[in-house]
Design a protein around this ligand. Structure first.
Ligand SMILES: C[S@@+](CC[C@H](N)C(=O)[O-])C[C@H]1O[C@@H](n2cnc3c(N)ncnc32)[C@H](O)[C@@H]1O
Length: 248
């Protein structure tokens, strides 16, 4: 069981697999006023940076589940590196349907809401692991302005315009699901650049090290097209943020 290989290659050097910089992640942790001993569940935990740094900085404990074997291994190494391996646990697996044995204080799905079949499904899934008055974190793209055409949405790697909402509508949708939005931290273009542009050097290096690999043609095609696609569409036309929710 694993994710498509292109992600394990292009994001192999990433600590954060989203458009947050380390500073934005720290801002989110501070904004949530995390206390020592806070229990956090992270579905689609990537390379574990959120749980590991919050364990180091705020003394949280956590469990992360991710379908990438590579990212899960990297998360375990990061936990050791930061001296928090006794506080965070990383599981390689499919997080769809995952419910924690013990209720958590914070349940997160950051940039992987498809795990629950979309935002509403992800919230429903996370709520099953959450203690009363706990906080749900959702990391999700939004349209900063309505894309003028479907081509622009596809350029942002959305299936269609309807895949995402504009920010006020996204925030409103949480209310319609019965949740207060109690905090939010939004990514900026610097963060997008760190997430997207960092893939290009990783792909370039991978191609130099694996010229005969069956996958080299696909990676080459991505490296050729991605910088321009990103600059033309995602950088200007896609927003991303993490929203903290509490049930009304
Ligand atoms: C955009 S990345 C976000 C990772 C992490 N939350 C972060 O922000 O750094 C999406 C993550 O979801 C993971 N993923 C995709 N499908 C999954 C599934 N069904 N179960 C668990 N993890 C999954 C991928 O391996 C990847 O790490």
């Amino acid at each position: 069981m694993d994710i498509p290989r292109i992600f394990n290659i292009s994001e192999s050097a990433h600590r954060l697999h989203n458009p947050f910089t380390p500073e934005k992640l720290a801002t989110l942790g501070a904004a949530l006023r995390l206390k020592s001993g806070t229990r956090v569940l992270d579905l689609g935990s990537g390379s574990g940076e959120m749980l590991c740094t919050w364990a180091r900085d705020y003394g949280i404990t956590g469990v992360g589940i991710d379908m990438s074997q590579l990212f899960t291994e990297q998360a375990k190494l990061r936990a050791e590196e930061l001296g928090v391996a006794d506080r965070v646990k990383f599981i390689h697996g499919d997080a769809a349907g995952y419910v924690a044995d013990e209720k958590v204080d914070v349940a997160a799905c950051i940039g992987a809401t498809w795990i629950g079949g979309g935002v509403a499904g992800a919230i429903e899934l996370l709520a099953k692991s959450l203690r009363p008055k706990g906080i749900i974190l959702i990391g999700e793209p939004y349209w900063p302005r309505m894309p003028p055409t479907e081509e622009v949405a596809k350029g942002c790697l959305a299936g269609s315009i309807s895949d995402f909402l504009m920010l006020p509508e996204l925030i409103g949708s949480f209310g319609s699901l019965g949740y207060d939005v109690v905090e939010m931290v939004l990514a900026d273009q610097e963060g997008w650049d760190r997430y997207e542009a960092a893939k290009w050097l990783t792909m370039r290096r991978w191609l130099e090290e694996n010229p005969g690999d069956d996958f080299a043609e696909e990676v080459r095609a991505k490296l050729t097209s991605e910088p321009k696609r990103y600059a033309m569409y995602t950088r200007e036309d896609l927003g991303w943020g993490v929203f903290a929710l509490m049930a009304r």
